[in-house]
Design a binder for this molecule. Structure first.
Ligand SMILES: [Zn+2]
Length: 138
């Protein structure tokens, strides 16, 4: 009898539900401050720039550039064993926030700092989708 390990799946809560609702519909949702007009990520209850409490969810462009990345060779969780080596990347979104994610759609040795990327969404089960990024082509 064999058992296949599965990846952990995020569990949305009341605060993060709009992020995951958007991801399931193929939209990258971020919080935007009505007071200072800045975007924030990760999810917060107050604006990290002005401490304002009026954060509203808005669809972001889904576009950004690769800030940096690391290649994971070690299996830290058995659910990811089939994926090693895989990249863990930081994306600077056009909205001015940085997001940690995976870049898909190209070999790890083709990753280049500063390359233009756009969000894609992967269904990871349990009704949850998460953003990943792929190179912008053309
Ligand atoms: Zn603010």
């Amino acid at each position: 009898m064999s058992q296949t390990a599965t990846k952990p799946v995020p569990v949305p809560d009341e605060v993060s539900a709009p992020f995951f609702d958007g991801a399931r519909e193929g939209r990258l949702m971020l919080q935007h401050c009505a007071a200072c007009e800045k975007w924030s990520f990760p999810v917060r209850e107050r604006c990290p720039h002005c401490m304002g409490a009026k954060l509203a969810w808005r669809a972001a462009s889904g576009r950004g550039t690769l800030y940096t990345f690391a290649i994971m060779h070690q299996v830290m969780n058995p659910g990811f064993a089939a994926d090693v080596p895989y990249n863990v990347s930081q994306i600077d979104l056009d909205e001015g926030v940085r997001m940690v994610c995976n870049i898909v759609g190209l070999a790890n040795d083709a990753l280049r700092i500063g390359m233009a990327v756009e969000a894609v969404f992967e269904d990871v089960g349990d009704g949850v989708s998460i953003p990943k990024f792929r190179p912008v082509t053309g």
